[in-house]
Design a protein around this ligand. Sequence first.
Ligand code: ADP
Ligand code: ASP
Ligand code: MG
Length: 452
Amino acid sequence: MVVQKFGGTSVADPDAVRRLIEIARAARARDGQGPVLVVSALSGVTDALLAIAAEAGASHTDAALAQTARLRERHRAMARALAADGALPPLCAHIDAHFDELDAVVRALGVLREVSPRTLDVMAAMGELLSSRIVAAALVHAGLPGEWVDARRALVTNDDHTRAAPLMRETTAALRATVTPLVEAGGVPVLGGFVGATADGHTTTLGRGGSDYSGAVVGAGVGAHEIQIWTDVDGMLSADPRIIPRPRLVPRLSYAEAAELAYFGAKVLHPSTIHPAVECNIPVRILNSRRPEGAGTLITAEPNPDGDELTAMAAKRDLTVVDITSSRMLMAYGFLRRVFEVFERFRTSVDVVTTSEVSVSVTVDDRRQLESIVEALSEFAAVAVEGDMALLCAVGDRLRAEPEIAARVVRVLEEVPLRMISQAASRRNITVILRQADLPHAMHRLHEEFFT
Ligand code: ADP
Ligand code: ASP
Ligand code: MG
């Protein structure tokens, strides 16, 4: 049986859901059971819910309520288009119950003027709770035994609200109690992605783009033979299609390559997606829901024996470089520990690190604690901060054994001022930090050299 995760554009409107149904039907015909479906919110809905939370927290109650009214109508229209007549009243009652609750939260926030991470999760989770109910009803209307599963009863997470981590042991037990029996009874379970709950029942979310992660967690928990990520592109592409107009499809990737690409900005996969798959050695396939006949990208443990010099590249924008220079002439031992303790204390992760005799440079993408970090570092080092930076990362298993590939990457970028260059222990990627304004040009140069 396979687990199929459908992203926001793959459930955006009634036609998209009809395509989803045919994809699920084909999987069921092939496997004789399942599939298990994990769906995102209708496209744009999570953004809208977070915008509503911000408006509500600023006491713009009327503006927020006008937005909830529009969202309510969009979900009702989806239900009317997809559910059987008899199933419509209970489905609309569920939709209304969610929106009545949302409106009550909006009014309360107008008074409290503060949106806690816990409240934000209750609001953000509604997108997936609603879309999954609608998809389950649509399946039934189309003759498939869709069964809605409340993701809050299936994914048990820690209480790190807005970026919660699933607890795998508890989640596996919960999935075996909620999802597995439905599959065994011949059903097609449908869960909202992105959403879970703590052991004591508080709703959580896994961070933006987290439905991929849910799909992989569910796949590992129910012992699927494949985890499929259905999206709006043909698979993992050689570069971000929003920057490079005609990137190539990457037919095969190793887990390690996929994890690095996702971590360094390839939005098509949430960075945590690969881990549960690796644990259970389950293949992951990325597929296009508008062109289901395509082969997509297959991700497995083995490196691709016919892989190109580079497999793909990824980029991250809006990074800040922090240069930290020891106030003694040399880096006394203990200096790096003190530096990283500061980042740990302010719960800010660093992406790329380079060092010299007296200084260390790091990049961060979360600026929320930056001021406090600089203040703390300044107690024992000179600190300089530079914003508007970007990261460009070339990934490929062949980089490990063929050092001339990395040399060529740097040579191709010779006319671009590079702020940092790094190749970490995995040696599967070479990463450069450059000014954000130089990123598109640098990506085009690299893509031309290695992918066309
Ligand atoms: P979904 O809603 O299906 O999860 P996302 O928008 O999260 O879809 O991810 C798919 C998008 O990721 C694509 O539309 C594409 O613009 C973007 N993307 C960025 N880098 C890559 C890449 N290397 N390969 C494929 N897609 C990429
Ligand atoms: N709906 C969530 C988001 O937009 C999760 C996801 O789609 O993966 O971030
Ligand atoms: Mg996504």
